[in-house]
Write a protein that binds this ligand. Structure first.
Ligand SMILES: [Zn+2]
Length: 366
């Protein structure tokens, strides 16, 4: 395995300290990574490491794990749509980000990395901090000054050093990248790194197993940089390439209307998200004005017959409350996906199987 630029195909070693192509600025992918193979699932392992044979961790390296993944699918109803919630908010740190962090930190420990930097509005940073703690790697985390106090407290308790950065969200990325550029730390970005992205494919594998070897008709995912929706998209692509399903589920990527560059791009038929001016939103986890992986998200949504949908603040809070009345305590960012069902309903069949990724715990949104 090695790293390859998705644009100009320049190759780099798997443990490169760069986070994007030095030649053209393109995004990295892992070349020659193992692919989904149902015969190699370790069915006794009740975490995402049941898919270890096709995760990009060499066989002689030990995973850094807290038992993440293999989360339940549980039914709920919202806006007249019966759906299955993929309960990724019950992962060890309270969000789906553990899927990526476990795989990414496992590889970084194998590389001998001792210090990482990361920028995040909260959930990714909490996940990276927890797995870094478990791997005894020092983490410096750059968070927006307005990030949820509950999320910042969680990051600090794991032992990471938190740096609060004023101004737009992008300032956090620049601060982390500056340290990485000086060679003082590895930039463990959850959205640039293809290492973590590999772990996010496991949600699709699990859904396929949990539906007894079928794909759902629709998957609905809250979307910022898009690592979750892309992970699920790639996971189902592999399952289809293995001849196990005939058609891809429709992908619905959900944004808050106040920060909706992808929804705008989808409505206008653009190939990538235009620069946008974000307004405040309760869905802080998806408040990204310039998604790094916009092109792939838009391609995946179009290819599968899905859509990018924007939801209003009131709709998000109503969905949060409606799901709580059914027993699910999720953060507003996650509730945006459920809130979108009102619009998704117009685009799907009445008897469709619809999975909604419930990404983050309500306990962190205080
Ligand atoms: Zn390149």
């Amino acid at each position: 395995m090695h790293i390859v630029c998705s644009d100009c195909q320049t190759e780099y070693p798997l443990d490169t300290r760069l986070w994007k192509c030095a030649r053209c600025g393109g995004l990295f992918e892992i070349a020659d990574a193992p692919r989904f193979d149902p015969a190699r699932i370790d069915r006794n392992e009740r975490s995402l490491w049941r898919y270890r044979a096709f995760l990009p961790l060499p066989p002689d390296a030990a995973p850094v794990t807290l038992g993440e993944g293999w989360t339940p699918l549980v039914d709920f109803e919202h806006a007249g749509v019966r759906a299955l919630g993929k309960l990724d908010f019950i992962n060890p740190t309270g969000s789906f980000k553990d899927r990526g962090a476990s795989v990414q930190i496992s590889l970084l420990r194998m590389f001998g990395v001792t210090r990482i930097v990361e920028d995040s509005s909260g959930n990714a940073a909490a996940a990276i901090s927890a797995y870094a703690a478990r791997a005894k790697i020092h983490a410096d985390i750059f968070v927006p000054a307005h990030a949820s106090p509950a999320k910042i407290a969680q990051i600090e308790v794991y032992g990471a050093r938190v740096h609060r950065i004023e101004g737009p969200r992008e300032n956090c990325a620049l601060a982390a990248q500056e340290i990485a550029t000086r060679g003082e730390a590895y930039y463990a970005s959850h959205y640039y790194s293809p290492l973590g992205l590999a772990g996010l494919r496991t949600a699709a594998y699990e859904i396929w197993e949990q539906l007894d070897g079928r794909a759902p008709d629709n998957v609905v995912v809250p979307t910022a940089h898009g690592t979750n929706v892309i992970g699920i998209y790639r996971g189902f692509q592999e399952i289809r390439a293995a001849g196990l399903i005939e058609k891809m589920p429709r992908l619905f990527a959900i944004q808050a209307a106040n920060v909706a560059p992808l929804a705008l791009a989808f409505a206008l038929g653009l190939a990538d998200a235009p620069a946008s001016e974000p307004k405040p939103t309760v869905a802080e986890g998806i408040a990204i004005a310039k998604p790094v992986r916009g092109r792939e998200i838009l391609r995946g949504v179009k290819e599968t017959g899905g859509a990018v949908i924007a939801v209003g603040e009131d709709e998000i809070l109503q969905a949060r409350n409606d799901l709580a009345r059914q027993g699910f305590y999720i953060e507003p960012t996650s509730a945006s996906a459920a809130a979108a069902l009102k619009q998704v309903r117009e685009r799907i069949g009445a008897d469709d199987v619809t999975v909604v990724s419930l990404t983050g715990s309500g306990l962190k949104s205080g």
